[in-house]
Design a protein around this ligand. Structure first.
Ligand code: AHG
Ligand code: MN
Ligand code: MN
Length: 337
C-alpha cells in the first residue's frame, strides 16, 4: 500500500520548488484547509441541526440564531486566514468591500485571498453538493501599508495559487500553484486531507456538456447553435447549479461548462474574481481552456471591480476550441453583419 501523504506534508515537500518558497503558501493553505474542515462538518450536519435558513430571519427551532451556511463559511474563512499571519486581506463574494486582516503576529503579510465561501448554496437545503472556491495573489502594495482596491484587481494570470473544496459524497480539496493540479480527500476519521488524485489531467474531449438549458431562448444565436450541436451529438447534459461540482466532473471525465450572457445577465452571472479566475487556473493547469462567450481568455481579463461578472466556456480543450469555432462562424458581429 502507498504511504499516506497529507496535504500539509505535500505542501511542505513542494515548498522548496514553489514560487512561495517562504512557506507562506503552507500557512495559507493550512488556514484554508482548517476552515474547509469546519465548513465540511457544518454542511454535513446541516439538516440535523436545523441551522439552515435565511440570514437575519431570526431563531431556529431550538432558539439559536439562524445563520445561513454561506455566511458561516465566510466567517470561518476570514477567522482562519487570520491565523497564519500570511494574509493581508480578503475579498469575498459575501462582502461588498474587501477586508483588511490584522495579523495576530507582527509578520508582514504579503498575500491576498479571494473566495466564494459557499458556491451553489441554493443546493444546501436539498442535500446536493456545494463547494468553496479560492484564489491567492501576491499583494502589489507595500506590506507596511493598508491593502487597497488595486491590490485585488489583478488578472487571473497573476494568481499564485487557486483551489476549490467540494463538499460532496466525500470532501475533496483540489489546488494548483502553477505546477499541475492535485486533489486531497478528507479522511474524517483522522481529520486530514490525504493525497488522492495526483497530477490531474483533464481529458481532451468528453461526453458531457453543462449549461442551464432553461435559458436557451435567452442565449445569443451562436451559443444556441453550439448547444444544438452538443445535443445532436447526444452529449449528456449535466447541470447541478453548483459550478464547483459541474467543473469537478468535467475535470475528471471531460466536457464543457457554459454560462453565457443572457438577457437577465448581459455580462454573464458568474464572478470573475471568486469563481471564473480560480477555476480557470485549475482547468488550464490540468490542460484545459477557459474563455468568455466573446472569446477572450478568462485569465487575461483586467478586473475593474471586485464583483465583476464574466461569461464563461470552460473545460476540455478540444470542446472549448469547437465552441470558439461556432462563435466565429455564427456571431453576426464577427461576420460583419
Ligand atoms: P453561489 O451559490 O455562490 O451564488 O453560486 C451559484 C452559481 C454557480 O455555482 C452556478 O453554476 C450558477 O450560479 C447557477 O446559476 P443559474 O441558477 O442561473 O443556472
Ligand atoms: Mn458561486
Ligand atoms: Mn457563493
Amino acid at each position: 500500500m502507498d504511504k499516506i501523504v497529507t496535504l500539509d506534508e505535500f505542501i511542505i515537500r513542494r515548498q522548496k520548488d514553489s514560487e512561495l518558497a517562504s512557506g507562506a503558501l503552507t500557512g495559507l493553505l493550512r488556514d484554508i484547509g482548517i476552515a474547509s474542515k469546519i465548513v465540511s462538518r457544518e454542511v454535513n450536519k446541516a439538516g440535523l441541526l436545523n441551522i439552515l435558513g435565511v440570514a437575519g430571519s431570526g431563531d431556529n427551532a431550538t432558539g439559536d440564531t439562524v445563520q445561513k451556511l454561506d455566511l458561516y463559511a465566510n466567517e470561518k474563512l476570514i477567522e482562519c486566514l487570520t491565523n497564519s499571519g500570511e494574509c493581508a486581506g480578503i475579498a469575498s463574494e459575501e462582502n461588498e468591500d474587501f477586508v483588511q486582516l490584522n495579523a495576530v503576529t507582527d509578520k508582514k503579510a504579503n498575500y491576498l485571498v479571494v473566495f466564494d465561501p459557499l458556491d451553489g448554496s441554493s443546493n444546501i437545503d436539498v442535500n446536493v453538493s456545494v463547494g468553496t472556491i479560492f484564489g491567492i495573489y501576491r499583494r502589489k502594495s507595500d506590506a507596511s501599508e493598508a491593502v487597497n482596491l488595486q491590490d485585488f484587481l489583478q488578472k487571473g494570470t497573476d494568481l499564485v495559487a487557486a483551489g476549490y473544496v467540494l463538499y460532496g459524497t466525500s470532501t475533496l480539496l483540489v489546488y494548483t500553484t502553477g505546477r499541475g493540479v492535485n486533489g486531497f480527500t478528507l479522511d474524517p476519521s483522522i481529520g486530514e486531507f490525504c493525497l488522492s488524485h495526483r497530477d490531474i489531467q483533464i481529458p481532451a474531449t468528453g461526453r458531457y456538456y453543462s449549461v442551464n438549458q432553461g435559458y436557451y431562448l435567452k442565449f445569443d444565436v451562436e451559443m444556441r447553435r453550439y448547444i444544438d450541436y452538443c445535443s445532436d451529438l447526444n452529449l449528456r447534459l449535466r447541470y447541478i447549479g453548483s459550478m464547483v461540482s459541474d467543473i469537478h466532473r468535467i475535470l475528471f471525465q471531460g466536457g464543457i461548462f457554459l454560462y453565457p450572457n443572457t438577457r437577465k445577465h448581459p455580462q454573464g452571472k458568474l464572478r470573475l474574481l471568486y469563481e471564473c479566475n480560480p477555476l480557470s487556473y485549475i482547468v488550464e493547469q490540468a490542460g484545459g481552456k477557459a474563455i468568455t462567450a466573446q472569446l477572450e481568455r478568462i485569465m487575461e481579463i483586467q478586473p475593474r471591480s471586485l464583483h465583476q461578472r464574466a461569461t464563461i466556456a470552460i473545460g476540455s480543450p478540444d470542446m472549448v476550441d469547437e465552441m470558439k469555432e461556432f462563435v466565429e462562424r455564427y456571431n453576426p458581429a464577427l461576420n460583419g453583419e
